[in-house]
Design a protein around this ligand. Structure first.
Ligand SMILES: NC(=O)c1ccc[n+]([C@@H]2O[C@H](COP(=O)([O-])OP(=O)(O)OC[C@H]3O[C@@H](n4cnc5c(N)ncnc54)[C@H](OP(=O)(O)O)[C@@H]3O)[C@@H](O)[C@H]2O)c1
Length: 344
């Protein structure tokens, strides 16, 4: 495959300031090198666009979990591809592999970085293994299972509910018997949450009346479980509505990833004390050993129609940056993925 083959990659051109812009990225092609012993070559079918990776685009943002992305280097991300060449004993031609890699059409991997071989179900679209059946859906699954612990009839509030993780969390909370209230950024997305995902109520957090009033209206007895994807002001406002023994699932803080100054902490922390509430963070990667059982369960719900697969698919690596920026402008519904074409 090497030789005349050129690999198109998306490069970080500038550290984004605030919201990422298309001009922070570039799509470039370079020749593919040969495989060394212990490596395999993936022809990537899909790239996963993950809001969480935005924080490692900031200058000097390496935090021990992942290194900061460097200017001029390919953007880090998750890919789903098929092994087309192998000099590695554990990976064979035809294997379908999900791994942490770069936004690129072809990946040379050595199996060391968060790699899993997928056994795709022929009745399930392949892209699901990056989204609802991949780290995205599993984030919702484990966060709700271990921290949210939803009980029948409880009110479950979800921020960025129309996004990738949020749309799965909303549906899982409904399966678990919760009364689900989703938050998103427009009336149109609220309608989609109710019609396509079956949430019991939806809140436009930007609406004129204010979030506090909307929470009083839609969560009149308070919030039992808050699955938080956004942090910041919205988290602070929700804290005032926690019910006794509430659980706050700290999944992400997308509203703060572009902050250029330290973000003030929630002011309403005292509510945790008076409401005997708990708040805990988690990383989905802690659960890698449990992925197969969780994927089996989620696949069953998907095939039975209890879970709907919500995807926002763009075609071609050259459209990756625009699709990523759209997520920070509230433009996506469900999981954002890039479907790749055959490399030249
Ligand atoms: N803990 C883990 O292991 C783990 C794993 C994966 C993801 N995550 C986290 O999960 C969250 C969602 O990630 P995702 O990849 O699924 O993205 P996503 O929800 O599909 O896309 C991001 C969404 O966030 C909302 N948003 C963007 N800017 C915002 C702002 N300033 N204030 C409020 N909302 C804003 C937008 O929805 P609206 O239209 O509703 O505004 C947008 O659609 C992120 O915080 C991410 O870090 C955590």
């Amino acid at each position: 495959m090497q030789g005349a083959v050129r690999n198109r990659q998306v490069i970080l051109r500038a550290h984004p300031h605030g919201q990422p812009r298309e001009s922070d990225f570039d799509c470039v092609a370079s020749p593919l090198r040969s495989l060394e012993l212990g490596e395999f070559l993936l022809r990537n079918r899909y790239l996963s666009l993950d809001a969480g990776f935005r924080q490692w685009m900031n200058e000097g943002s390496g935090d021990g979990y992942l290194p900061a992305m460097q200017l001029g280097q390919p953007v880090m991300g998750l890919v789903l591809g098929e092994v087309v060449e192998s000099r590695h004993p554990d990976y064979s031609i035809g294997d379908v592999v999900m791994c942490r890699s770069r936004w690129e059409e072809l990946t040379i991997a050595d199996g060391a970085d968060y790699v899993s071989v997928i056994q795709p179900d022929p009745e399930v679209p392949l892209s699901c293994y990056l989204g609802i059946l991949g780290p995205t859906g599993l984030t919702a699954y484990f966060g709700l299972r271990d921290i949210g612990k939803v009980r029948r009839g409880e009110t479950v509030l979800i921020s960025a509910a129309a996004g990738a993780v949020g749309s799965v969390a909303a549906q899982l909370a409904r399966i678990q018997g919760g009364r689900v209230v989703g938050m998103t950024s427009s009336g149109e997305k609220c309608r989609w949450l109710r019609d396509a995902l079956g949430v019991d109520a939806a809140i436009d957090y930007r609406a004129a009346g204010g979030l506090d009033a909307a929470l009083r209206e839609h969560c009149p007895g308070g919030v039992d479980v808050y699955f938080d994807n956004v942090g910041g002001e919205i988290l602070d406002t929700v804290m005032a509505h926690l019910r006794e023994r509430a659980r706050v699932v700290l999944c992400g803080a997308v509203s703060t990833y572009g902050a250029t100054a330290p973000v003030p902490g929630p002011r309403n922390m005292f509510k945790l004390i008076t409401q005997r509430a708990t708040m805990a963070g988690f990383m989905v990667t802690d659960y890698v050993g449990e992925y197969p059982q969780a994927i089996e369960q989620m696949t069953a719900w998907l095939k039975s129609g209890q879970l709907a697969n919500a995807e926002d698919v763009v075609l071609g690596i050259e459209n990756t940056a625009a699709a990523f920026c759209r997520m920070f402008a509230s433009g996506n519904r469900g999981k954002s993925v890039v479907r790749l074409q055959e490399p030249a």
